[in-house]
Design a protein around this ligand. Structure first.
Ligand code: SME
Length: 159
């Protein structure tokens, strides 16, 4: 059954409304996505202030994970360097994949920008091959944008 990402986006915005603290909202966002998306075993953030720095583990839900991903390495580093979402249908076939949880079979990594500046990535792993469709990519990007706006809201539109 298709996931209703429009509804999930509304729920994310409601969950994070009224708080701008990065750690608090990132922690709740990761927990929300982890519990709402079917067939995921890890969801969370890797953070850095530019794509040429190591990515360091941030708030997440799932099993304890790799703490530091070298700059440009792994699926996370690829998404960070490229500045666009990376979907890997079979992590075993992605040579530079960094294994944190051996249960993970497919993965999506969405770059995170806050107020237009690179801040890291949001990563979700699944125990199912090819778990993340084009619809999931668009939907998860939409959720990550809602998170980003919760900690750095855009200026109100001029009427
Ligand atoms: N697999 C990722 C590392 C992070 S974990 O999946 C939580 C990668 O290759 O960048």
């Amino acid at each position: 059954m298709a996931i209703d990402y429009a509804l999930l986006e509304q729920q994310v915005r409601a969950l994070l409304a009224g708080e701008r603290d990065f750690i608090a909202n990132a922690a709740n966002f990761a927990a929300f996505v982890y519990h709402e998306l079917p067939d995921v075993n890890w969801c969370g953030f890797y953070l850095a202030s530019s794509p040429d720095q190591d990515l360091v583990l941030g708030p997440f839900s799932g099993r304890p994970a790799c703490v530091r991903l070298p700059a440009g390495r792994g699926v996370c580093g690829a998404a960070a360097s490229r500045g666009s979402t990376f979907v890997v249908d079979d992590v075993a076939a992605f040579a530079d994949h960094i294994v944190c949880d051996t249960a993970s079979r497919s993965e999506i990594v969405v770059p995170l920008t806050i107020g237009g500046a690179f801040a890291g990535v949001f990563d979700c792993d699944s125990p199912r091959l090819a778990r993340f469709t084009d619809g999931d990519r668009d939907g998860i990007e939409r959720l990550v944008r809602a998170f980003s706006e919760s900690v750095h809201p855009p200026p109100a539109a001029v009427r």
